[in-house]
Write a protein that binds this ligand. Structure first.
Ligand SMILES: Cc1cc2nc3c(=O)[nH]c(=O)nc-3n(C[C@H](O)[C@H](O)[C@H](O)COP(=O)(O)O)c2cc1C
Length: 183
């Protein structure tokens, strides 16, 4: 795909075919995360790649912030959990750059995946202590996001409702977000 087409066509995917991601494509996705820019080039990100069906099932059943809100990840062949140790990054102007660094790296992975027809969905609404327990993540490591990765399947009623609720196709106009020269 043309780069701009990747950006324009990407959308959050919440339904997945039971089809594994080829190893070479997975390598490209990981590489895109690895090559991301970061504050002082600290590269504070660390990912847990889950392809074990039992662990995916446990995450699908138990990782939701409210009930089984993340149950839709159950069919994905891969879940990536983006984490960082804040001590491996920097704080400037009271901004914690580990969040920025991981967001850039994870988004690079998501866009690369989309370029190969693989969908993902950034998940912030997760139960932190459950995810920590299931994946045995040490206390000093921050869990920033989860995302399923897989080939898209047609939306069902639940996932259509989520997109509708989030008004997912709507974006603010450029006039509302770009300030030329001064605020
Ligand atoms: C920081 C962040 C947190 C999000 N958390 C969730 C989430 O917990 N559950 C979910 O289904 N989608 C989540 N999303 C996906 C958004 O709902 C989605 O990106 C937005 O509605 C725009 O839709 P699109 O990605 O299809 O363009 C999150 C996205 C971001 C960037």
């Amino acid at each position: 795909m043309e780069f701009i087409e990747v950006i324009k066509s990407r959308q959050s995917i919440r339904n997945f075919l039971d089809k594994p991601i080829p190893e070479n494509i997975l390598g490209e996705i990981f590489e895109a995360g690895r090559l991301a820019p970061s504050a002082q080039n600290r590269q504070c990100w660390q990912y847990i790649a889950v392809n074990d069906k039992q662990i995916i099932k446990a995450l699908a059943l138990k990782s939701g912030m409210i009930g089984k809100v993340n149950f839709f990840i159950k069919d994905a062949p891969l879940i990536l959990i983006a984490t960082a140790n804040p001590k491996d990054s920097i704080v400037m102007n009271n901004q914690h750059y580990y969040l920025v660094d991981v967001a850039i790296s994870f988004q690079q992975m998501m866009l690369t995946a989309w370029n190969y027809g693989i969908g993902s969905c950034w998940l912030a609404a997760f139960n932190e202590s459950k995810v920590r327990e299931i994946l045995n993540i040490p206390k000093d490591i921050k869990i920033i996001a989860l995302s399923p990765f897989g080939y898209p399947k047609k939306k069902n009623i639940y996932t259509s409702a989520v997109s509708l609720f989030a008004k997912s196709s709507k974006r603010k106009t450029l006039e509302k977000i770009i300030h030329w020269n001064q605020w």
